[in-house]
Design a protein around this ligand. Structure first.
Ligand code: EPU
Length: 455
């Protein structure tokens, strides 16, 4: 294979080289990949560093574009960010934090969803904040009403402007009594990052309890926060006057681990995911086993492959933790095209996370998307209005095609589908995959994938 374009991404304006790859499929992926810190924890922990009086050290930070965006946004707010001695560690020093000007912040518009989490820390630090238009994957409307309602409950004044959102807290922020309409990951993080320095106690009901949230709570406790949680999604935060920096090793990226696991299943390969852990993946592992996947769990990681028998169909509903994550369904669907029988995947978290399926059908898959979801006696997750269902009938051989990736997880799945398919595929827009998958091309190469970067 020829590797022309896996250039290091510098800042929000990444080079577009490495956007198109040509894949010759039909070869199992075999070997080892290392997963590092979770995208969905590391970026939040970086924001938390703004709350400390002293520098923080974050370890196992993945080299992905979302991290670069948050780093750059921290830097324009005066946080000094440098590499630590340990490879993959960052030192974040907020002692010179300051307001940023509009142009500097606006340069980050549309590049990520994380900027919304700067609200609470900036309000505590500076009494005001400006948040640019948000980006992130186009997987639905992705409203921020829960975030803004929570910030208002803390006493923030929210002024929505065409270019972004201006917030102020002339009288400081106070503890709040908040019940989320849905256990949103981002809104829970928003409340945590705001409540830890607010005046008084905050009670958050219907909170998200994903492992990444628990790891963020761990980060905040290291900083001096007082946070406790009860069963039934209730979190209490006692605000404190001052927080210090933390030293923390990020939780592993269980979404990346699950992606490689499904890649092993789809391509009939054998992948050892170093750094993957069982506990945070229990629900995924159960489904993996039901589909006919096999795995060995060791202290160093998890080895994934197919079992002896052909793959079996499965019925899955995505859900908030401890359910089956929405980020796990796309690579799994590629594997399900190779299962013997009819599988159903209900997407209950986002309204538009099946955008990648059209390309799979173009490659020979038999997948019908029901835009309003499906009912049935087997349902566990309460029905949501935005829901969709995919019915996958297999096994269907996949053949190479020209495809354009729609979003991060869908894009990864397209690459896996192309590697599963017989023949050559041209996959465009793969740059987006580097938003969340570290050293993506290097890892594919290590697993024996046959591809060229062509543009
Ligand atoms: N929602 C609202 N209003 C809000 C916030 C959320 O209606 O103010 C809705 C969303 O539209 C969605 C549901 O609540 O229907 C869940 O959204 P959530 O807030 O939980 O998602 P998020 O915080 O925006 C994070 C991850 C996603 C992951 C979801 C679910 C980050 C940066 N993103 O998004 O990750 O799918 O939680 O676990 O942490 C990815 O990694 O590819 C990715 C999209």
């Amino acid at each position: 294979m020829t590797l022309l374009g896996d250039t290091k991404v510098a800042g929000a304006s990444a080079s577009r080289s490495g956007e198109v790859i040509q894949i010759r499929g039909g070869r199992p992926l075999r070997g080892q990949v290392d997963v590092r810190g979770a995208k969905n924890l590391a970026t939040k922990a970086m924001v938390a560093s703004l709350l400390g009086e002293t520098p923080s050290t974050l370890r196992d930070v993945p080299d992905i574009r979302d991290v670069e965006v948050v780093r750059s946004l921290l830097e324009v707010h005066g946080v000094a960010v440098s590499e630590g001695e340990e490879p993959g560690s960052l030192i974040l020093d907020p002692s010179a934090a300051k307001s940023a000007n509009f142009e500097e912040i606006d340069a980050h518009a549309g590049s990520s969803r994380i900027p919304i989490l700067f609200c609470g820390p900036l309000l505590h630090l500076l009494g005001q904040a400006f948040i640019p238009d948000l980006g992130g994957c186009r997987i639905g409307d992705r409203p921020i009403d829960f975030h803004l309602d929570a910030l208002r409950a803390f006493g923030a004044i929210v002024d929505k402007q065409p270019s972004g959102i201006r917030l102020s807290a002339p009288e400081g922020l106070h503890g709040a009594d908040i019940e989320l309409p849905y256990p949103s990951v981002g809104a829970t993080e928003q409340v945590l990052l705001t409540a830890v320095r607010a005046n008084g106690v905050t009670e958050l009901r219907n909170a998200a309890i994903e492992p990444e949230i628990m790891d963020l709570i761990g980060v905040l406790q290291k900083m001096g926060a007082i946070i406790s949680y009860e069963p039934n999604r209730v979190i209490f935060i006692e605000g404190v006057q001052e927080l210090r920096g933390y030293d923390h090793r990020s939780l592993f990226d269980r979404n990346e681990a699950a992606s490689w696991a499904s890649a092993a299943l789809a391509t009939d390969g054998d992948i050892f995911v170093k750094g993957a852990r069982q506990y945070e993946m229990l629900t995924f592992l159960n489904v993996y086993r039901k589909v006919g996947g096999d795995f060995d769990i060791t202290d160093e990681g998890i080895r994934f492959r197919r079992g002896e028998a052909p793959l079996k169909p499965v019925i899955v509903e995505t859900d908030v933790h401890p359910g089956f994550m929405t980020d796990w369904q796309q690579p799994l669907i590629v594997a399900l095209t190779q299962a013997h029988g009819t599988s159903v995947v209900h997407e209950t978290v986002y309204e538009n996370r099946f955008g990648f399926i059209e390309a799979l059908n173009q490659m020979g898959a038999d997948i019908v998307v029901h835009p309003r979801g499906l009912d049935g006696p087997y349902r566990r997750v309460p029905r949501r209005a935005l829901e969709q269902a995919a019915v996958i009938t297999g096994p269907t051989p996949l053949r190479g095609a020209d495809i354009v990736v729609p979003d991060l997880r869908g894009g990864y799945s397209h690459v896996i589908a192309a590697l599963t398919a017989e023949g050559t595929s041209r996959v465009s827009g793969v740059g987006i995959i580097r938003r969340g998958y570290e050293k993506f091309f290097e890892k594919l190469t290590a697993l024996g994938a046959d591809f060229d970067v062509v543009g």
